[in-house]
Each structure stands twice: as C-alpha cells, then as structure tokens.
Design a protein around this ligand. Structure first.
Ligand SMILES: NC(=O)c1ccc[n+]([C@@H]2O[C@H](COP(=O)([O-])OP(=O)(O)OC[C@H]3O[C@@H](n4cnc5c(N)ncnc54)[C@H](O)[C@@H]3O)[C@@H](O)[C@H]2O)c1
Length: 516
C-alpha cells in the first residue's frame, strides 16, 4: 500500500488561495499526516482501504481478507487482513522471543523509559495538529459512526493521555522504594516489574482511545504486547501505529493482529502471554479467564445505573445529561446509562417529557444517532416487546426502527428508546435478568449494579466520563483492570518484584549457631 497524503479539498482550497502562504501551510499539512496510508473521505467500494498485520517490525498481509460493509450504506469499503489459525506461528514466535523480564525494567535498558517519554511527547504533538486530529476523528466516524464531537473527544482524550506521559513521567511510573533491613548491609527494594510478553484485546466502540491507552501503558512498563482490536474498527489503530512509528516507536516493540476471536484464542493458548488485558463483553471475558488460567485482567460489560434522589432541581440540565449518557454514540459506550431510577418527585416533574424532546433532536444525518454495530434492529425490538409484557410497563418514547436509512441489516438502527418498568416488577426474579440485560444500543429503562468501579456523584454527575484524567474500571473483582491513570497503568501492566540486598559485613566473631 502506498502512503497517501491526507488532503481533503486541497484542490479547491489551492484554487482559492493560490499564495505562498498557502503552500507553506499545505506542506505542513502533508507532512503532519505523512504517516497515513489512507485518505479518509475516499474510502469506498471503488477505493477500498486495506488493513495489514504487523509482526516482528514488518507490515504483512494474510491469506484471507475480511470485507467490511460501510455501516451507513452497506457497501464493502475496507478489506482487513484475516489471519487464519494456520498462520499464527510468526506472531507466537515474536511474542515468545520476549523474556519474562521484559524489554526494559528498572535494572535493564533504562534508557527506554526516556525513549517512551519522548515517543509520547512527539505523538501528543502530532495528535494536537488539527489535520491529524481531524484525520482520526473522521476515520473513527467512518467505522464506528458517532457524532463528530464524540469522535473528536476520543482523539482529544488520547492526545491528553500522551501529553500526561511525556518527558520523565514514564520513568516515574516505575518508581521503586526501599525499606531498611535488620542489620548493616540489608535493605529491601520493591520494583514495578514488567510481565514481558503480553496481549491486549479491545472492542469496537472506542477504536482509538482504548487500544492506545492500554498499549502505551503496556509499553511504558517494559512489556512486549501483541494487540488485537475488533476488526470492524482496526483500521484506526493500524493508522495510529504508523503515526507512532513515525514518532520513534521501535517497530519490533508491538505486534498487531487482525483475526477472528477463535484464532486469537488459539494464539493466546500457544504463545502463553504472561498477562492479557481484555476489554469487551462479559461472555468472552469469562471464557478467556478460564482458557488463560486466570492470567488476565478485565474491563467487561457495563450495565450502568443512574439514581435521581428526591430533590428535584435543574431539570433541563439533568434531562440533558440523561440524554447524553443514554444515547451519545448510540448508546454504545460501556458506561452508557442503561437504567435510570427516578424518585416519584422526578416522575411528576417535566424530566421525562424533556428527555423525550431531547431524544427527538437526534438525527442520523449528523450521527447523533446511528448504526448499532453488535445488536440488530430485530433483536432490540424483540427485547422491547418482552419488557412491555411486564405488567405496568410502558413505552415512553422510541421503540421503532430509524426512518429513511440504508444501514445494512447486520447492524441495528433504532430510535432513542426508553421503557418504563415498575420497580416492584423488576425485583421479581423472573423479570430481573431480562430487565438488567445489557443492550449495547440506544436503549434505557426508566424506573420507577454498575460493574464500573467509577461512580459519578452530584447534580452534574453523569455515567460517561473521559478516562484520561481519572481511573475507569470495575471494582470488586480481583481481575478488574483500569485504564488511563498512573495507578491503572501500574496495576495492569506491572507486577511487584522484591530484591533484598544483604551484602554484609558478617558480625565480628560470628560462629555457626546450633541448628534451628
Ligand atoms: N468496561 C469497559 O471499559 C468497556 C469498554 C468498552 C466496551 N465494553 C464492553 O464491550 C462490549 C462490546 O464490545 P464487543 O461487542 O466488541 O465485545 P466482544 O467481547 O464481542 O469483543 C471484544 C474483543 O474480543 C475479541 N474476541 C471475541 N472472542 C474472542 C475470543 N474467544 N478470544 C479472544 N478474543 C476474542 C473480539 O474480536 C474483539 O476484539 C460491551 O459489553 C461493552 O459494555 C467495556
């Protein structure tokens, strides 16, 4: 694949500007996206993009390709390499080459902590350039349709994260400590130690933010990761890896594979990474935990609650937050509001009618509502019908397929929907499982357990936060992973190693004591 400059509308603007000033700007533009091998707006069935694998520093194709359908019109527009079970050997070999003590650690190749501070600083600068952030925001929109602001938000979080770990911040992640011993010459040192070979598996809904934050965390601590992003969106991470290479990421530090879950599962069982970070559904998470004999950390499905207590205030604001939390990204955030408990005081306020008005503003044209990538329209409608059979339940709004769309049938297209279910009915064991089933789409129940250990409290509280400035991850599960912060990186991507120095001297006149 040739490297294509990203230059949307250049000809038209060149005609308008025609000045030296413009040429300077143009050369900067071309330079800033010179890592890219795709032109975002041009990707179509007549100009399909290709996504390759990266193994041992080389971009490679595989024998098979997976054709992706454009989620907005159903035409095949991206071919993604599809590694077959018989082709995993180079990936297994590459991972197995990394020793258990990692690519660097507090006692070895320490210069690489500085290298990664430098790579992060350069990548943050690149992502801060408007042409580059626009490139990634638009690319995200093509494969995981969400509004421009939501897509750009993902790029901005990633950019801030990279800024956070610039300069010396990477080495500070590996800060050690020492405890005085019992006698002269004895001292114990606690180190943050890498796992060595590791794997990262991430879902479709945040194609840039989740893989970059976890990948960089793994690298900072000295691990060698293989990363698999859901093939529906992996083009975004493929392009980001090319940007990172341009910013100095050593090409052999990361392998990138595109395959189905079954092939990835086989690879993991053969390569036996010391640790795997999985972000995705609880079903796959639980299976992997068994297959990998517990060497795993999880950020799994989210069924997120919002509770509105008795004090009714700022109804417009609260209605807006509820709308954003439930329907932004068409409800496909792991932190999306799945259930809203409202005190009867709110039920008699204008909250629900305001939420309905806000939901009605969402349009397919600007992707404030859009394709649902893992649940079909049919199964979402079926779920709604089941809920409506519960005595006292009621459709508040939505409950219909989007109008005038060409979203292919393999995906879902549902208007923002809310169903009221009486609290007393939910508590009945027969209903509980049905009501608390995660529907990863623009759907919420209103009433009348979040798996996330991240709680937002107060009048401006929301369920969906941007996780580069605070911990985001489940609580109460020893396998629970986190993302974004120094604590999350240290917990997920390093283990504790203790070295006790005991260098003497022996006490004067020491004699062999009786056996004990
Ligand atoms: N907790 C969080 O931070 C968080 C963040 C985003 C999404 N999610 C959750 O992710 C889910 C939606 O994402 P999804 O539908 O892509 O999830 P998924 O579990 O179907 O897929 C996630 C990833 O796992 C891979 N995979 C599937 N089977 C596998 C196997 N047997 N072995 C190895 N890899 C396998 C997929 O290809 C994909 O890359 C929702 O449940 C959502 O709540 C959670």
């Amino acid at each position: 694949m040739h490297r294509l400059p990203f230059a949307i509308g250049v000809t038209a603007r060149a005609q308008r500007a025609g000045s030296g000033l413009f040429l300077n700007a143009l050369s900067r533009t071309l330079h800033s996206t010179s890592f890219a091998t795709v032109t975002v707006e041009a990707i179509s069935s007549s100009h399909p993009a290709e996504v390759k694998n990266l193994v041992q520093g080389e971009w490679k194709v595989s024998s098979g390709w997976n054709w992706l359908l454009d989620p907005l019109n159903g035409s095949p527009f991206i071919k993604v390499a599809d590694v077959q079970e018989a082709e995993i050997e180079p990936f297994v070999h590459s991972l197995c080459r990394c020793p258990k003590y990692g690519l660097h650690n507090p006692l070895r190749a320490q210069d690489r902590y500085l290298l990664y501070g430098d790579v992060s600083a350069k990548a943050a600068r690149m992502l801060a350039q408007p042409q580059v952030s626009e490139f990634f925001a638009r690319l995200i929109q093509r494969v995981s349709p969400k509004s421009y602001n939501q897509a750009l938000g993902e790029v901005n979080v990633t950019q801030k994260f990279l800024e956070n770990f610039s300069g010396d911040q990477v080495r500070f992640l590996a800060r050690s400590f020492a405890v005085p011993g019992n006698h002269l010459g004895q001292q114990s040192h606690g180190y943050r130690w890498p796992y060595g070979p590791v794997a990262i598996i991430t879902p479709f809904n945040f194609p840039l933010e989740i893989p970059v934050l976890q990948l960089m965390g793994a690298l900072y601590m000295g691990n060698k990761p293989i990363i698999k992003v859901d093939s529906k969106v992996s083009i975004v991470m493929e392009q980001m890896l090319r940007l990172l290479h341009d910013c100095g990421l050593p090409r052999e530090d990361v392998d990138f594979i595109n395959s189905d879950g079954k092939t990835m599962n086989k690879l993991l069982r053969e390569a036996k990474p010391q640790m795997t970070l999985f972000t995705g559904s609880s079903r796959v998470a639980e299976n992997l935990a068994v297959d990998l004999k517990g060497r795993i950390k999880l950020e799994d499905a989210g069924y997120d609650w919002k509770i509105l207590g008795p004090d009714v205030q700022e109804v417009d604001y609260v209605a807006w937050v509820c709308d954003q939390d439930a329907y932004a990204c068409s409800g496909q955030k792991c932190s999306a509001q799945s259930i809203l408990f409202i005190h009867e005081n709110w039920a008699s306020s204008e909250l629900l009618s305001k939420m309905q008005l806000l939901a009605g503003r969402r349009k397919l044209q600007d992707l404030t509502i859009g394709p649902v990538l893992t649940v079909t329209t049919e199964s979402m409608l079926e779920h709604i019908q089941k809920l409506l059979k519960i005595p006292g339940s009621e459709l508040l709004f939505g409950g219909e397929e989007l109008e005038n769309h060409s979203i292919p049938k393999i995906y879902g297209a549902l208007k923002p929907t809310a169903v009221f279910v009486p609290l007393a009915e939910i508590l009945k064991p027969d209903n509980f499982e049905l009501v608390t089933k995660e529907i990863f789409g623009p759907f919420q129940e209103v009433l009348g357990k979040s798996v996330n250990g991240t709680t937002y409290a107060g009048i401006r509280a929301r369920t969906t936060g941007a996780p580069q400035n605070h911990w985001f991850g489940p609580a109460g599960d020893p396998r629970g992973a986190g993302i974004g912060t120094p604590e999350a990186i240290k917990l997920v991507w390093s283990c504790h190693r203790e070295i006790i120095h005991d260098i003497g001297p022996l006490p004067q006149n020491w004699e062999i004591p009786p056996p004990s």
